[in-house]
Design a protein around this ligand. Structure first.
Ligand code: NI
Length: 172
């Protein structure tokens, strides 16, 4: 298990379309363990493999509260089968867009299917935080960030701030 560096916008690798996983094996589980460690360390509630530079359709998540027991979730090759017409707003953030938070509107409920940590197929309907977080993370697999759901003006302001922060960090 290891903590890996997280890519931040506007890193072009975040625009990669991730490839389907062919087999859920020990190598993939090692990747998922690293992703979980990296996410907990950040700390964050969700992470897609591309955020650590691995273009595979893998997501880890834990929506447990601070004082609750950990509830790690693993999503391999997730697909959305159905989206509700009703929408909900959530203030979203992203480990690849640190310290930026904006309201994003998405379908309030979804039905999704994926493979779990052991390669077992799971299908379920999700709402609330799980629905939002899964859609946010699945966007990463298509090279989409939550800021891509905002107006161009808002997105440009955020990206300018990110670029400036990176330059400052590089200078020291
Ligand atoms: Ni994100």
């Amino acid at each position: 298990m290891a903590i890996r560096p997280i890519l931040t916008a506007p890193d072009p690798r975040l625009k990669t379309i991730s490839k389907p996983v062919e087999r859920v094996d020990d190598a993939l589980r090692a990747l998922m363990d690293d992703m979980l460690d990296t996410m907990y360390d950040a700390p964050g509630i969700g992470l897609a493999a591309i955020q650590i530079g691995v273009p595979q359709r893998v997501i880890v998540m834990d929506l447990a509260g601070k004082d609750e027991e950990k509830q790690p979730r693993f999503f391999v090759n997730p697909e959305i089968l159905w989206r509700s017409e009703d929408l909900s707003f959530y203030e979203e953030g992203c480990l690849s867009v640190p310290e930026m938070y904006e309201d994003v509107q998405r379908p309030a409920r979804i039905r999704a299917r994926w493979l779990d940590y052991h390669g077992q197929e799971v299908e379920m309907e999700a709402d609330g935080m799980l629905a939002t977080c899964l859609q946010h993370e699945m966007d990463h697999l298509e090279g989409v960030l939550f800021i891509d759901h905002l107006s161009k003006l808002k997105r440009d302001i955020i990206l300018r701030k990110m670029t400036k922060a990176k330059k400052r960090a590089a200078v020291g």
